[in-house]
Structure formats: C-alpha cells, structure tokens
Design a binder for this molecule. Structure first.
Ligand code: ZN
Length: 160
C-alpha cells in the first residue's frame, strides 16, 4: 500500500476521533482495514460516555472485531489510529492478532498534548516495545508528519 493510501485511511481515523470528541469522549479514533482495502470497523474512544476505563478506541475496536472475524482474517488487516497505541491497546492488538498498525502521531507527541491532564496520563512506552516483547511479527508504520497538524487539531483546547 502506498504512503498516500496510508494517509487517506489515517484521515478517516482522524474523522472518527473528531466524532468521538463530539460525542463527549476523548479525541481518539481508529479504523480497521482488510487486505482488499475495505473498512471493516470504525471506533472512537468510549471511555467517558460508557464509563469504561478500558474504552480506548483501539482496545474497543479489538473487542468488537474479535467477535466478528477470525484471527486468521485479522492477521491480514491493518489498524489505522490517530495516535500510537498505548501499552493496553498494543496488548489487545497483539492478542487479537492484527498484523499491522499505522499511526499518525507518536505516544511522545501525544504526551506533549495531554500534559499533566489526569484524564490521560499518557504512558511513555512505544507500541513497538510492547510488540517486540511478544512472538508475532506485527508491523508498525508511523508517525506521519504529513498529517500531524490534522491529528493535533482535533485535540485543540481539549486537554488542560
Ligand atoms: Zn490505549
């Protein structure tokens, strides 16, 4: 898949993150794309409205798609997410067996946005480190400086 296609799908995940914020949740979103390029699932953060401390977009997406698709099918899918998955979400991606992750901004860049806001005390742990501790060759692509400002725009004025 070309860089332009990755960026196109990332833009879709940014749109999902905008909807998550509009619905009262934290501004994160992700989508799952199969090997034919079809979008199988879109998921925004649901932490606030569902009162779910594990309601990050990526972990919730993994829960939903694991009910609907086999691990074999999921291995050939790509998750596109606005910000690099945290350790919890990387764990869910690992156990759910998605083979590729493409993200917009790094966990470090996200930490700069969220600061000391108690709603997102961002973990300083790259998802590649989580995956490297496992036994599956999960491919990680990102960050994409081309769309950083678009990801960041959805966070504007949100974090204290
Ligand atoms: Zn997470």
């Amino acid at each position: 898949m070309s860089k332009e296609q990755h960026i196109q799908y990332l833009r879709r995940s940014i749109e999902v993150s905008r909807r998550a914020r509009e619905s009262g949740n934290t501004p994160f979103g992700c989508i799952l794309v199969d090997r034919a390029g079809r979008i199988l699932w879109e998921q925004g953060n649901i932490e606030v409205t569902e009162h779910n401390c594990t309601g990050h977009a990526e972990r919730t997406l993994m829960e939903e798609v694991s009910k609907r698709f086999s691990k074999e099918e999921l291995w050939h899918c790509t998750m596109y997410t606005t910000a690099e998955p945290c350790a919890m979400c990387a764990g869910a991606i690992y156990w759910g067996n998605v083979g590729r992750v493409v993200f917009g901004i790094t966990e470090k860049r996200l930490a700069e946005l969220t600061g000391d806001d108690e709603r997102n005390l961002t973990l300083d742990l790259p998802c590649t480190e989580v995956f490297a501790s496992g036994r599956k060759p999960i491919v990680v692509i990102g960050p994409f400086p081309e769309i950083e400002s678009e990801v960041v725009a959805v966070h504007e004025g949100y974090w204290k």
